[in-house]
Design a protein around this ligand. Sequence first.
Ligand code: PLP
Length: 379
Amino acid sequence: MSKRIYLDYAATTPIAESVWEAMSSIRSQAYGNPSSVHSEGRIARTIIEEARKSVARHIGASLTEVFFTSCGTESNNMILIGAVRDLGVTRILTSPTEHHCILHTCEFLSTHHDVQVEYLPVNQFGQIESSALSSSLEADKNQKTLVSLMHVNNETGVVQDLVELGAICRKNGALFHSDTVQSVGFEKIDLNVMPLDFMVGSAHKLYGPKGAGFVYIRSDHQLKPMLFGGGQERNMRSGTENILGIHGLKAAIDLSDETLEGRIEYLNQIRSYFRNALRVVSNEITFNGPELSGYSPKILSVNFPPGPRSDLLLMHLDINGISASGGSACSSGVETPSHVLSHLNIPANYRTVRFSFSTSTTKEEIDRVIEVLISLYKS
Ligand code: PLP
């Protein structure tokens, strides 16, 4: 059986060899409870604090602004809920193309708390126009507002300019949060340049283990915890720390520090190779996202025109050993476009597939995917 081709790295990544080695290397010494004062506890504590240094350095934050969590979902929930509960936020501006961990939390807040949630209009690529953000902020200056806009969209790979959007928020006195789950490790993030109050990360998206994430909270904001107990993470998140996971997150962050430029360049090559090659499958194929800039090199969202097997494209790819991801939700047997794609004017009879790449994706793999797509389309 030939090797499977995994092109779903935006869903999750395998653990990189160097990350795995780093995790294995501490396995036998890192069993202590970091809250214990004895030697084993202190070793575990040191591992956590070293990881905090790596994350803080990577994003340009201070050590006291980084807290470890279990994942991106938890981090995003912590910020939105905390901003309303502890910072007096009464209005949230977000977009309809955010991840569900933002949208569902906003729904919860508007239903159970006195919070007004507004969805900014998006352009044909699903991006916020800066003028729309400015007008919404200027239209209501009386309420304390949190703006929550993602950096890289997980379905389309479209990137939003956090420097520009953040500057608008600052000018209008609004807090600015970005769901940076898809960009940490793949885009240069520097909080000295990006005016963000809150951001997040999740190890499993950048070749680290599942179950480890972080949240950045700018030092001027005092959020209260969501989890109460032993007071870990300087009382921001109780619960015994996931030392192996946190060390894996550190190793994944360090790996991206060492390789970021080459990683971006390689992913760009693979993405454009694939994008160009898709023309031989059908010249009616379209793409979600701008052509020349403003996209993440790790994601290509492709709209396939109707064809003999286009309705079950993902299943046929899977049968042929290729893992990709769909942009539709199937409820009651009826396929409907995802909440993100439904904002992009994709013709109803087109099928969208998200292909996402890693530095181990090869041109040979892409050639094989094209071969399979040709066979599905032309036979
Ligand atoms: N935000 C975005 C943009 C994502 O792509 C994901 C995961 O798919 C999440 C948040 C949730 O992250 P996690 O799986 O770490 O909870």
